[in-house]
Design a protein around this ligand. Sequence first.
Ligand code: UD1
Ligand code: CA
Length: 451
Amino acid sequence: MPTNLVILAAGQGTRMQSDLPKVLHEVAGAPLLHHAMQAGATLQPDRVVVVTGNGAEDVAAAAQDFDPQVLLAEQTERLGTAHAVAQARTALEGAEGDVIVLYGDTPFVRPETLERMVEARADHAVVVLGFEAADPGRYGRLVMNGDALERIVEFKDATDEERAITLCNSGVICVDAATLFDLIEAVGNDNASGEYYLTDIVEIARSRGLSATAVACEEQETLGVNSRADLAAAEAVFQSRARAQAMGEGVTLQAPDTVWFAFDTVIGRDALVEPNVVFGPGVTIETGARIRAFSHLEGCHVSRGAVVGPYARLRPGTELAEDVKVGNFVEIKNGILDAGAKVNHLTYIGDASIGAGTNVGAGTVTCNYDGVFKHYTEIGAGAFIGSDTMLVAPVKIGDGAMTASGSVITSDVPADALALGRARQENKPDLARKLMERLRDAKRNQSEGKS
Ligand code: UD1
Ligand code: CA
């Protein structure tokens, strides 16, 4: 049976104290909304509807960025969760199968949990995701009778007896599409908040002879972000999951708590990551590569056997082929390095390709920017770039060519040629000694004049 998603993302997030809509705050380099959409995407839903409200345009753009097929519905006033879901009705007109309601500010619901909910639908009309809360606080409470969910009572409306219940409502529900909107139509707002509660559909379903149940998950999965502290907690949850997953897949993390992953980091088996490494979005690391301490990588690919760092920075568009070495204080942006190339110290490579086995000396800079345009540097295979070479792009260095240390290279160097782009050295015999004597004399005269 097909599944559809409704993701509520209209909330204001007042407690974030932010100009940015809450669901656009990032965890592991991706907006909260993307994490929620990702969790649902694994069910291969037929239709996905994101309900926007606060910052609707920006939230819609982010939703489309994740999934160009996404359907959008706008909730112009915040009248409650049932009202929010009702906005998705048109987008889901004629949809077949179930609808799962997710929340844009709740990033960690596991795909397996959603699958369990879908399975439970075989026996029940309404399936609600619950969790045993360490501190039930103001969550809605699930009133169970054996397997059957009798009703959900909001904290504000609950009796003391109901408040003692620790099985809480995550808010995630799964109902057949047609049934969902029928039930929502019957929801009123006669309660402590004057809101249309989605949670009321449970009692309404039961009054119509339909059954409801709850599926339980770990509390961590239902972690919602309402404040900056929650956001930091969510980041911590993501990172500890990512570290455990990487190690489970055969990656060595020497100091797991100091390695930061992005939502999409991919690292091959037997890769080794030293302490204090940060992966921004878009990084893939092949098996057996070594990422040394204090390196920062984003938007790059590192092949088998390559070594990066310590203290290296790889920026978007960087591809390191097998056995490349990138050493300390090297920054590479949009650089393609062929097998076995070495850039070991204090170098900037931007908008450049470097052929196989080429050695780039310390302090080399590709001068890629003229203040308006970016230009490309092409270095062939087996070349030797002397220390402190300035490569003023656009420029090409042929295979097997060399540049002398300290050269400023402004025109192409043919294959196998040596380029000298610096002033010729001149030695003046004795001049250093004479100069120093003159200076010392001057200093002596000055201090005698004072006394
Ligand atoms: C809701 C549940 C509660 C549950 C809790 C879990 C209801 C009535 N209550 O309470 O049982 O324990 O979530 O966190 O559903 N939203 C909209 N439009 C609205 C109202 C809400 O998009 O008009 C979105 C919010 O942005 C938020 C989510 O729905 O992401 C939950 O809304 P919120 O008002 O925070 O519900 P709670 O009171 O926390
Ligand atoms: Ca809430």
